[in-house]
Write a new protein. Sequence first.
Length: 198
Amino acid sequence: MHTTTTRTLAIAAALTLGLTLAGCSTSNSGSDTGSSSSSTAAASAHNDQDVMFAQMMLPHHKQAVEMSDMLLAKGSGVDIDVASLAKQIKAAQSPEIKQLTSWLKGWGEPVESEHSGMGHSMSGMMSDSDMSDLDQASAKDAGKLYLEQMVQHHKGAVDMAKTEVDKGKNTDAVAMAKSIVSSQTEQITQMQDMLASL
């Protein structure tokens, strides 16, 4: 009887590991891990850098979504290419916000931390006056300002993501960081080209 239980636990652990590894490439992996064994495995497979990455990237992503919402709220007067980019940024970062939150909860770490409290001093973050400038800009001027601000914002995110790639332990978090470096570096080039043509 004891051997059967041990074997069942071993099979369950192997399945959990297999599912965890299989989920590494998906954006929603680990978001609904119900069993305690998978939660324990997820909790052990991270380090302080992973926690800091998630806690700092969360407010960073939230601000990027807020900036995009501000721009899109200005309506049809906004440059169509800039509006399209803002929609892409929202579409990419909104699910990542959910994933980052899910990881922190799964790791038993606070979603808000001393890192989150650093707020505007974080790399690439806009100040309150920057956000106010964007909010109050005319639809005509907002596109250029949004691009200028988002280039700086993305550079900050890329720097944070590169640190995670170098020092992070959690495979899912490192995979997201690699994706951020790749996609946001590409968007920086795209935004700089757009700025040059405005």
